[in-house]
Design a protein around this ligand. Sequence first.
Ligand SMILES: Nc1ncnc2c1ncn2[C@@H]1O[C@H](COP(=O)(O)OP(=O)(O)OP(=O)(O)O)[C@@H](O)[C@H]1O
Ligand SMILES: [Mg+2]
Length: 272
Amino acid sequence: MDVNPPRVIAIASGKGGVGKSFLTLNLAEALARMGQRVVVLDADFGLANLHLLAGSEPEHTISDVLSGQCSIQQALIEGPQGVHIIPGGRSNPDIAELGSQRIAGLIQAVDQMVDEIDYLLIDTSGGLSPTDLQLIRAAGEVLVVVTPDPVTQVDAADYIRTLRQHCDVQHFGILTNMTRRQREGHLLTEALQERLGFDQDLVLRHCGQVPYDQDIDRSPECYQPLQQTRPEARAARSLQMLAETLNRRRISTPAAGGMTFFLEQTVSVGGM
Ligand SMILES: Nc1ncnc2c1ncn2[C@@H]1O[C@H](COP(=O)(O)OP(=O)(O)OP(=O)(O)O)[C@@H](O)[C@H]1O
Ligand SMILES: [Mg+2]
């Protein structure tokens, strides 16, 4: 039987607080509703919060997997629509930055699930930490979240430039969040392209625009997929469209071999 390798998508941003975790969870839920088997890795290893979305404190976290106390399957918690979440660490400065050996261990663990998943979404911690850079370098596809905030746009340009230079990423999906006008996402992407200047190998593709929604509750306990709380909201429809767009077309073509690729790329980076 021909098994498609899972798609590994890192959700990233230069500046924090732009909605990565919110978008990751909602995207995961929308993909799962479309019949895809989705695992989310909460790669905020110091102050993880995605498990709150599943409404429970996890029995195990990624740190237990990395220290050999449990298998990755034992650490998985079930979120909405059967999405599985690998909980990140909480308040554990020891693993906030993972060395390359631990990253290799993490990816080997994820690699064991290769036949059971269609998507691995990585909710990165944001910025240019070595751990984030390694995970982004290893993921087949990168989705950069940008908002209309001018600071975010400057940061996004610097961030993309850095990933282009140091991680050899050439194709970026742009996801615009908290927009307030129609087509604002396209305009932001064009402005970003302009800011980055001419580079024939650099490709930005606007994958979706999620409007600002004042009713999205800002308390983390209320982190629930919009589809479950307010399916009629414009933001919920945008998230659905985003999932359909991504499911139709890749942001970039992976070099080879799904997770094995993920593993090899990451291990070969080394040096931490
Ligand atoms: N489209 C939106 N409209 C209104 N509020 C939003 C929207 N998207 C996200 N938010 C809110 O913005 C806040 C930040 O979101 P979130 O925690 O997902 O950002 P983040 O990029 O993961 O942050 P960090 O870098 O700290 O991990 C949250 O309170 C979230 O509910
Ligand atoms: Mg987050």
